[in-house]
Design a protein around this ligand. Structure first.
Ligand code: BG6
Length: 508
């Protein structure tokens, strides 16, 4: 595999959780696979006053707890940590960037990295527009000597207007081709496989349109609550946290036209076309298209689960949604009239993300008069996580006399492949940014197009208190009302954490 050019990765917000849990463990995993350049360094930056030693100690614990490749070899971890440094300064204060720049230039001279810098913004979002401006004031955006790239974490804006403002601010300081907006879903191996399934096989794509597909369902369920992030989640809710980014992205990959080639421009052009074709949801028809819910207290396996409103940092009268189910249409030639259903929630019965393609029913049944059989759709289930794989549900004849028809499963599991290591999303995406490949990063116009679609729903929820917020007991599949969204089959697939399992009962 190609190795990135020499460079320094500068992480702003380095004393935070993301650096500890995801970034440093993923960089270590790249190191473990010999995918980092010879000349390389990580510079953690933050306001907390830490020394190189204390920072390394903490990052070492992050590696032990969260790396997928760490095998308790102390020497390997310590060798890696020697490449990691920490510099503390107040990133809000313009004047303090002189000192930071001096430190960075010295590090660059020592490591011989030729002014190649990647800046990673893992800070609170309020800093996303400030830091790039200050970097630009110190010429740290200029590619005259060495490349300069900027990785921006989610959330990318709070609504359409703030996303547009943020894009404009970033573009004052950096060019679009230097900006890498991260959506970790695109870093998932199985999400990328969605494109391979569609575009590297002859059997799926010819049927991938309104003539043969009845509807499409995308579920991203979590079996945990807000896990101490109540303060953040209160202002976010499931719509901003999961739908505007991850689920709209999944829907775009399912719906897009084949790109001419797989590169940053071609792929992202196709994604943005889908987002621009989303049919707006009328303000007065929100409840016909969107169901929102919030988990309430319940008991799961004899354990009391507090309701969302009892979580730390959450308003006891909160109207923040922890569940969203939504029906929408993509107005283009391929998808005209095909409903897309997406659903996500905290404290659902299991953790699962999957895309389900429901094919049209057979036009005429010769084997069965049973309405259930007649109404069945063949399904193609693309399992993103866990138990990654692909499942086809189709009908076959029961052995024996007559022609009794039964629905059966044909499945492929990633775990059946030999010696497959599924890299984590951050590992893949960090490596891509190091290689200068933005294909799996979101482009500004796509982020804005997704906001344009989602924003009116959030605004309607805010301005119209008559739009219902449904409670659902933690550990259930969300408000029953979400079933009413589904035309014809009248229900979602209720998946289990093992790919083939579905139905009413699910292991918790
Ligand atoms: C994050 C959200 O973007 O995605 C979290 O902020 C959510 O609330 C997480 O739990 C889900 O990611 P994954 O990879 O576990 O599906």
């Amino acid at each position: 595999m190609r190795k990135p050019e020499k460079h320094i990765l500068i992480i702003f917000g380095a004393s935070g959780d993301l650096t500890y849990r995801k970034l440093i463990p993923s960089i270590f995993d790249l190191y473990n696979q010999n995918l980092l350049p010879e000349k390389f360094g990580v510079l953690g930056v933050g306001r907390s006053k830490l020394t190189n030693e204390t920072f390394r100690e903490k990052m070492g614990r992050g590696i032990e707890n969260f790396s997928s490749r760490y095998k308790s070899e102390k020497s390997e971890k310590n060798d890696f940590l020697k490449m990691v440094q920490y510099y503390s300064f107040n990133t809000k204060d313009e004047n303090e960037y002189n000192g930071f720049n001096d430190y960075l230039q010295k590090m660059d001279n020592q490591l011989n990295t030729d002014g190649n810098f990647i800046f990673y913004l893992a800070t609170p979002p309020a800093m996303y527009s400030l830091i790039p401006q200050f970097l630009a004031q110190h010429n740290l955006n200029s590619e005259e000597k060495g490349f300069k790239r900027l990785i921006v974490e989610k959330p990318f804006g709070y609504d359409l207007q703030s996303a547009q403002e943020l894009n404009a601010k970033l573009l004052e300081a950096f060019n679009e081709n230097q900006i890498y907006r991260i959506d970790h879903y695109l870093g998932k191996e199985t999400v990328q496989n969605l494109m391979v399934t569609r575009f590297a096989n002859g059997i799926f794509e010819p049927l991938w349109n309104r003539r043969y597909i009845h509807h499409i369902e995308i579920t991203s369920a979590e079996d945990i609550g807000v896990e101490g992030r109540g303060g953040y989640y209160e202002d976010s809710g499931a719509m901003r946290d999961m739908v505007q980014n991850h689920l709209m992205l999944l829907a775009s990959l399912v719906a897009m036209e084949p790109p001419a080639v797989v590169d940053a421009d071609s792929l992202r052009n196709e994604i943005v076309k889908v987002l621009q074709s989303l049919r707006p949801i009328p303000k007065d028809k929100i409840e016909e298209h969107v169901v929102r819910g919030q988990y309430t207290a319940s008991t799961i396996k004899d354990k009391h689960i507090p309701g969302y409103r009892e979580e730390k940092g959450v308003n006891p009268q909160s109207r923040t949604e922890t569940f969203v189910a939504m029906k929408f249409f993509i107005d283009n030639w391929r998808w005209s009239g095909v409903p897309f259903y997406i659903r996500t929630g905290k404290y659902l019965p299991t953790r699962v993300t999957e895309v389900v393609i429901h094919y049209q029913k057979t036009p005429h049944h010769i084997f069965s008069h049973d309405e259930n059989v007649k109404n069945e759709h063949n399904q193609l289930v693309i399992r993103i996580q866990p138990d990654e794989g692909i499942l086809i549900k189709y009908n076959m004849k029961m052995p024996g006399g007559g022609f009794e028809v039964q629905n059966v499963n044909m499945d492929f599991h990633y775990r059946d492949l030999n010696n497959t290591y599924l890299p984590s999303a951050y590992e893949r995406l960090l490596l891509d940014a190091m290689l200068g490949d933005a294909t799996l990063y979101s482009r500004g116009d796509a982020v804005e197009a997704a906001w344009k679609f989602i924003d009116p729903v959030i605004k309607a929820w805010k301005s119209n208190p008559n739009i219902k917020m449904h409670g659902y007991p933690a550990g259930t599949w969300g408000p029953e009302e979400s079933d009413k969204l589904i035309e014809d089959t009248k229900t979602w697939r209720y998946p289990c954490k093992n790919l083939e399992g579905d139905g009413e009962y699910c292991e918790l």
